[in-house]
Design a binder for this molecule. Structure first.
Ligand SMILES: *[C@@H]1O[C@H](CO)[C@@H](O)[C@H](O)[C@H]1NC(C)=O
Ligand SMILES: *[C@@H]1O[C@H](CO)[C@@H](O)[C@H](O)[C@H]1NC(C)=O
Ligand SMILES: *[C@@H]1O[C@H](CO)[C@@H](O)[C@H](O)[C@H]1NC(C)=O
Ligand SMILES: *[C@@H]1O[C@H](CO)[C@@H](O)[C@H](O)[C@H]1NC(C)=O
Ligand SMILES: *[C@@H]1O[C@H](CO)[C@@H](O)[C@H](O)[C@H]1NC(C)=O
Ligand SMILES: *[C@@H]1O[C@H](CO)[C@@H](O)[C@H](O)[C@H]1NC(C)=O
Ligand SMILES: *[C@@H]1O[C@H](CO)[C@@H](O)[C@H](O)[C@H]1NC(C)=O
Ligand SMILES: *[C@@H]1O[C@H](CO)[C@@H](O)[C@H](O)[C@H]1NC(C)=O
Length: 255
């Protein structure tokens, strides 16, 4: 009996107020996100035919040149692979796609409740820009030219998180960023140092988790569609294109 009472209480205490207008017509969450070879992507992903209220904003995809793009911590990533069953993806930084020279001097730090690196598959490379190494000739194999309007145009990449490479100890660089690559790619890069651009384009593996999965499951139980109220930062359940309450008994009081 106690569990039943608990359940009753639980459903009654769910605060279902949302920031959508009372007559909000939340259509199209049955639509799939489709972009290039990516088909049939649904919740938690949104974008394209799927309006933003169909999932958490962290999973919003844009379709750019037939490639889905995801934005995490102000950096854009191309989605190279996506496996909704295992909830993992392969990402590559969009700003480093055409050229390893970027003016978006930010570290690819994903650590969030939504995305985490696959530590078994990934490792970091560090890219240094604006290095004062004009006196070093010939240039080592991990050097490349990058004009970022910094005082110096020399750039270097170092495989691994810290500049342990002795070549980096002789001079100063104005900025360093870390970007993950696959460990398997790193091994190839060690064999041929001119493949850095390709190495970045191979991307790295990331796991995703949807923190609202439980609420979503409850919603699917009443044949609802999972959605999200970004203003209130909470999941919603959509039945017949209206916000409903996951107990499935009545439509929610919508403010
Ligand atoms: C829903 O999809 C239809 C057909 O694709 C489109 O005309 C309509 O504007 C969409 N509505 C919303 C709210 O996105
Ligand atoms: C994706 O959609 C297409 C066309 O609607 C369908 O033929 C295909 O079976 C779907 N694939 C999956 C994995 O659901
Ligand atoms: C996703 O996980 C599955 C199972 O662990 C694995 O086989 C697959 O390679 C992974 N894909 C990516 C892109 O990480
Ligand atoms: C990369 O190059 C392609 C083709 O040259 C171009 O369409 C695209 O805009 C470029 N992307 C970036 C981020 O520079
Ligand atoms: C990137 O991270 C490293 C190590 O945490 C830090 O020293 C560096 O300043 C960061 N770079 C940027 C551009 O934030
Ligand atoms: C650049 O490096 C050279 C040689 O190490 C040094 O003499 C010079 O002062 C450095 N310039 C700047 C602006 O740091
Ligand atoms: C490059 O730097 C100079 C001096 O700091 C500045 O005047 C100029 O506008 C910069 N150019 C670009 C393209 O940022
Ligand atoms: C390294 O890769 C470059 C670019 O693909 C290729 O041209 C070159 O022949 C490779 N070098 C070696 C030693 O394999």
């Amino acid at each position: 009996m106690l569990p039943l009472i608990f359940l009753f209480f639980f459903f009654c205490s769910v605060d279902v107020t949302t920031s959508f207008p009372a007559d909000a017509y939340l259509s199209n969450c049955t639509q799939n996100f489709e972009c290039g070879p990516f088909r049939n992507l649904t919740y938690p992903f949104t974008g394209g035919a799927r309006p933003s209220y169909c999932g958490p904003p962290e999973f919003h995809l844009s379709c750019i040149d037939d490639t889905p793009e995801l934005t995490i911590a102000a950096l854009s990533y191309r989605v190279l692979k996506l496996d909704p069953v295992h909830q993992n993806l392969t990402l590559a930084r969009s700003d480093l796609w055409n050229s390893t020279c970027t003016d978006k001097l930010g570290n690819s730090t994903l650590e969030s409740e939504f995305f985490t690196y696959d530590d078994d598959d990934d490792m970091d490379v560090t890219i240094f820009y604006g290095c004062n190494s004009t006196l070093i000739t010939p240039k080592p194999e991990n050097w490349f030219f990058c004009d970022l309007n910094l005082t110096f145009d020399d750039a270097y990449y170092v495989i691994g998180p810290a500049p342990l490479d002795p070549i980096m100890s002789g001079f100063k660089c104005s900025v360093g960023i870390t970007v993950p690559i696959l460990k398997t790619t790193a091994a190839v890069l060690v064999g041929n140092r001119s493949l850095f651009g390709e190495a970045i384009k191979t991307g790295f593996n990331v796991h995703y988790t949807n923190p609202y999965e439980k609420q979503c499951a409850k919603c699917l139980n009443v044949n609802g569609l999972c959605g999200f109220d970004s203003d209130k930062n909470r999941p919603v359940c959509i039945c017949g294109n209206r916000v409903c309450n996951p107990a499935g008994i009545s439509f929610s009081r919508v403010l």
